[in-house]
Design a binder for this molecule. Sequence first.
Ligand code: F6R
Length: 592
Amino acid sequence: MCGIFAYNGKKKNAPEIVVEGLKRLEYRGYDSWGIAYKTETGIEIKKDVGKIGDLKPSEQNFKESTGIAIGHSRWATHGEVTKQNAHPHVSDKKEIALVHNGIFENYLEIKKYLKKKGHKFTSQTDTEVIAHLIEEHSKTHSFEDSVKMAIKEMEGRYAIVVIKKDEDKIIAARKGSPLIVGVGKEGEYFIASDIPAFLKHTKKVIYLDDNQLCVVDKSKIEFFEHASPDPIEKRIIEIEWDEESAEKGEFPHFMIKEIMEQKDTLNRAINQDPQVLEDLAKEVKKAFGTYFIGCGTAGKVAMLGEYLFAKIAKKHINCCFGSEFKNYKNFLTEKTLLVAISQSGETADTLEAMEIAKERGVKVAAIVNVESSSIARMADIVVPIKVGPEKAVASTKATTAQIAILTLLAYACNGGIKNGKQLLINTASQINDMLNPRYEDYIMKVAKKIKDVESMYIIGRGINYPIALEAAIKLQEVSYIHAEGFAGGELKHGPIALISKETPVIALVSNDENKNEILSNATEVKSRGGYIIGVSPENHPVFDYWIKVPDTGHTSPIVNIIPIQILAYQLAVLRKNDPDKPRNLAKSVTVK
Ligand code: F6R
C-alpha cells in the first residue's frame, strides 16, 4: 500500500533513478505519484495524479540534483486523489519534504496544535502534518532529533522518508510498514518499500525493523532504535532474487506471467526442508485450538485449510479473516496456535491479529512469501512458499503455493507427508501439461462470450466452496464484473433469485463426495435459464461450456482455481482493464 523509493549517492540524475524505482513499485499504489529532490538551491517537487508508468522520459526534465531524491506512488487513504494530496508533502517554509506509507492516526489532534502555532496546510492528508511537525521541532533541534521527536508523537503504523533543505541526508523510519535499504556501490544507498524496486542496482540489503530509523548521508549510513541516541549494528544480507524474476519478460502483464509460473512454483513450494513442516505439524497436533488466518485471497486459503484438515488430517481448525480475529481473543491461551497466511507478509490486519495472539502467549507460525517481511519476522515458525516476487495485484502463484503448503501440512499431521508430497508432485506435472496456449485459447472462447455480462456466480461444495469464493475475488478485482461465490447448497435459500436467462454460473465439480449434489445445484440454476460453465475433470450434460481440469483428488482446489485465474485475466484484457493494477486496489495492504 503506497510505494516509497529514495536515493542518496553521487549520481546527479537521482530524480530519474527514483522515477524508475517507483515504476517498479507501482503495484503498491497507483492513483498519484510524486518526487522531491535536492538541487544546489533547495528542494524541487514534481507530482501528478495518475500512474507514474505513464510519465514519458521527455516529460521528466528534472534539474541537476545533488544526488538526493525521494519518491512515492500513492494509494489514497486520507484525502481524495488530487495533485495536492499526492506525496511528497512539504512544510510551511518548504524546508522539509516527506513521503509516507501508512496511517498517522492522531494527525487531527497534532494538526490542531500546529495550526495554533501558525502552520498553514494545503492538503487533506495526514502526511502533510508530519512534515510540519518535523519543521516545528527543527526550529530548536537537529534534523535527526526533530524526526525522532515527531515519530514519538505519531500513533499508527507507518514508514516515512524525509529530506531537509540544508542537509545532505535522508532519514527513514518505520513502524509497521516496510522499508528496506539497498547498499549500492561507493556510498550509494537506496531505500524502498520492496526489494524488486532496487534489484537492478544491488542485491545487498539491510532490513529496517519496526521502531528503527536510519540516517543516510553521503559517506555513511547509521541505524538507531526510535527511542535511543546510540547507533546500532545492522547486518548486510545478500538476497537470492534475480532481476529477471521481478520483470515481465516476454509476457504482456505480470498477472499472466505469474499464472504461467505455476508450472514451476508448486514444486518450489513443496521442495523445501521437510523438517520445517514436520515442526509445524507437531505444533498443530499439540495445540488446543488452532486458528488459520489471512485476508482477502489468503483468507480464503485459510478457510480452505479448515476443509483440508477436516478431510485429510481429520482435525478441526478455526479459520478467520485477520481483521476479525480480535473477536476471538477470549479463547486464546498459551496452548493456542495461530497460523498466519500471507503473500506480502505486510498486511496490517494480519499483523494486528498476530500481535493480539502474541500478547496472550499464543505460538505464532507464518506461511509467507516475502521471507524478510514483518509477518515472517514476527512469527515463531516460518514456512516460506518460495514463489519469488509476485507483482500483479491479483494473487495467483502465491495462492496455489499456500494451498500446496497447507495440503502438505495436513498430510504431515496424519503422518503421511510422503504421500502428500507425491500427490503434489503429480499435480505440479499435470499443471505443467495444462498450461499451454491451446488451453488459454479454449478459455478465451468463454471469456469472449461472457465479457459484457453484469453479474456472474461461482458455486462449489466442500473444498471447492472456498475456491468459489476465491474465484469471485479474482474475477471481481481484475474484470470489475460483479461476481459472487456461493456454497452450492445455499443457492436455493436465496441467491437463486439472482439467476435469469444466460447468467453465467461457474460450477466447480470434482470427483469427490460432493459431485452429485453440486451437479444438482448446477441443474437447478440451468432450469432457471443460467449458463453453466463447468470446471471439472469430466464433461457433464448440465454444462453449457466445459473447462477440463485434471483429476487430482485432494489437490483439486489448486487445479480448479488456475483456469479461473486465466479467465479473470482474459476478461480484464478484453474489457481493457489493466490486470496488473486494478482500480482502487494495492498489492500490499498496510492499513487497517
Ligand atoms: C487478491 C489479493 C488480496 C490479498 C490480501 C492479503 O488477489 O491478492 O486479497 O490476498 O490483500 O494479502 P497478503 O497475502 O499479502 O497478506
